[in-house]
Write a protein that binds this ligand. Structure first.
Ligand code: SF4
Length: 329
């Protein structure tokens, strides 16, 4: 374990920062000057050092710590909560491909993440059954090629930026060779949790791409954005990457007007526009994060009073079987 006080970790590569992420509760509590506690879940702890460094020492209620700390509440079963809240297995015409919405498809390119978020709706997802092998990748590209209504491809996971840049570049080149594909979107938390991920190899293939590149980041609290994150986002913007954000409304973390106003302002300061604020997907182990829909509506109405329209995210819920996200008003 590299102690936080040893700042040499700041110059490590993103790959080494992924490998060096905190992966057990003892190291986490020791690094943060917290009392020892047990780990309660089969979903492991994973916290990379750049993210850990933004957590206040000795504060068990820190909003970033709450996103990664396993609590006994994860063991409670709650009515309406399931292992697979979005029923994604029913929308996969090919391994790795999820096709729910008109005009776009989503590819699950990896089951790995740089951080394990306790509220993750895919925390029980059987990634091993959804990874395309090399023959299935070809089928997948053929499927996209043969459907000219598809203009946008979303890379998801896990976190797509966990793939090596060579692999990402190969995927990009296969998609760019399909004339009707205009946009490549990545749903990623990596540039925020490990800003070192914005490295020359990544920028190299992005700069050469003919596709519109969109990063939908995932930030839930203003404290997640520090100077390194802002720098990483500025570099992405200079490479004409469109920067959006999706958050999850989480009890005890961002379910207050001031927190959401601060989040929108911090995102804008980093060149990112707030896009979605998701109501929690009802996944087993995360019920203690759930915020009532009425409270979500009230929070959004208060944001409208305090922010320009472009800084107010859309409050949404994903409903299995629906052809678009449900806008909540
Ligand atoms: S980074 Fe995204 S996919 Fe990975 S655990 Fe967090 S919410 Fe889930």
């Amino acid at each position: 374990m590299i102690p936080l006080t040893d700042t040499s970790w700041q110059s490590l590569s993103w790959q080494d920062l992924v490998i060096g992420a905190i992966s057990n509760i003892n190291d986490l509590t020791q690094q943060l000057n917290l009392p020892q506690m047990p780990h309660y879940s089969a979903f492991p702890i994973k916290v990379p050092l750049p993210y850990l460094s933004r957590i206040e020492l000795g504060n068990p209620q820190d909003p970033l710590l709450r996103q990664v700390l396993c609590l006994p509440a994860e063991l409670q079963n709650s009515p309406g909560f399931t292992d697979h809240p979005l029923d994604e297995a029913n929308y996969t015409p090919l391994p790795g491909l999820i096709q729910k919405y008109q005009g776009r498809v989503l590819i699950i390119v990896t089951g790995s993440c740089a951080i394990n978020c306790r509220y993750c709706f895919r925390r029980h997802f059987p990634y091993q059954d959804f990874q395309p092998d090399s023959r299935q990748w070809q089928l997948l590209f053929e499927h996209i090629h043969n459907d000219d209504s598809i203009t946008e491809v979303i890379l998801s996971g896990g976190d797509p930026l966990m793939l090596p840049d060579k692999r990402l570049q190969w995927i990009e080149s296969q998609l760019a060779a399909i004339p009707h594909i205009t946009t490549l979107r990545l749903h990623t938390r990596l540039p925020v949790v490990i800003p070192q991920r914005i490295c020359p190899d990544l920028l190299n293939w992005i700069a050469k791409s003919r596709l519109n590149i969109v990063f939908v980041n995932h930030v839930n609290h203003a404290n997640e954005i520090d100077a390194k994150v802002i720098e990483a986002m500025q570099i992405l913007a200079q490479h004409r990457v469109v920067l959006l954000n999706q958050s999850v409304l989480l009890k005890g973390i961002n379910d207050a007007t001031d927190e959401l106003v601060n989040l929108s302002n911090a995102l804008f300061g980093a060149g990112i526009l707030p896009y979605y604020l998701h109501l929690l997907d009802p996944v087993n182990g995360a019920a203690h994060f759930d915020v009532d829909q009425q409270q979500g509506i009230s929070l959004i109405n208060q944001l409208r009073d305090r922010l320009p329209g472009y800084l107010v995210p859309k409050l949404v819920r994903e409903v299995p079987g629906d052809t678009a996200k449900s806008l909540i008003r």
